[in-house]
Design a protein around this ligand. Sequence first.
Ligand code: LIP
Length: 274
Amino acid sequence: MDRPAPPPSELLEIAIDVARDAAATAYRMRIEGVSVAATKSTVTDVVTAADRAVERQITDALRRLRPGDAVLGEEYGTADGGTTDAPARVRWIVDPIDGTVNYLYGLPHCAVSIAAELDGAVVAGVVRNIHTGEEWTATAGGGAWRAGERLRCSTETDLGQALVITGFGYDARRRAHQARVVAELIPYVRDIRRLGAAALDLCLVAEGRADAYYEKGLAAWDQAAGGLVAAEAGLRIGGLKGLPPGPEMVIAAPPALYDPLHEHLTRWDAAGGP
Ligand code: LIP
């Protein structure tokens, strides 16, 4: 018999407590001084000692609070929970420091992102800005919130008046393709912003501090919590050509802007390239 499913509110409380402690560690290590500990896909895809320490802290706390759950983290991958006969129903998806390059440079746009999946669907998430303490939360069906205020996305209906956030990958060939796409798009929107942390970008769009977001190349940990916040704030989330949001493309836009933005991104093969 399946074990009882924990309510999303219970998972969210755990995520918030763990994220707050993790963000405090990240901030302390930033003040003490950080440097590059390693690189991943390219020489600009960096990992700091803080990324690793914070993920270990988060994973240890989740294991203590929710023994038997699975964890997927950016730096250490998957730690399976459960047993062969009874696989874990809850999987935590963790980005210890989203916006690592911003963190390395001391730019205040980086966050701890923790999401809880129940039976394969994200049901709770928190994104906490390491520098400002701004904290976005959401539960499936329970809305998106910051500082006690329920979030509603932009009501903009004209793409030409839309402030659009995007991002670029670490591979030079992919960045060249993404630059061509944004060069084609920019005459059709109010303006473009590139802030460097997908989780926070999705939260800013969730509360209307930008109108829409798109990016190719996101991992699950970049978008799991921020994507729930965005969806619960009324944004339509998807990929190109009817695909779900994923590494090929994530679009987050108000219903009135989604199709016009999707059309432009499809025309310029925004999900293509290396
Ligand atoms: C970052 C994303 C950002 C993207 C960066 C990078 P990281 O994640 O949050 O949206 O544009 O290239 O992938 O590497 O800082 O965890």
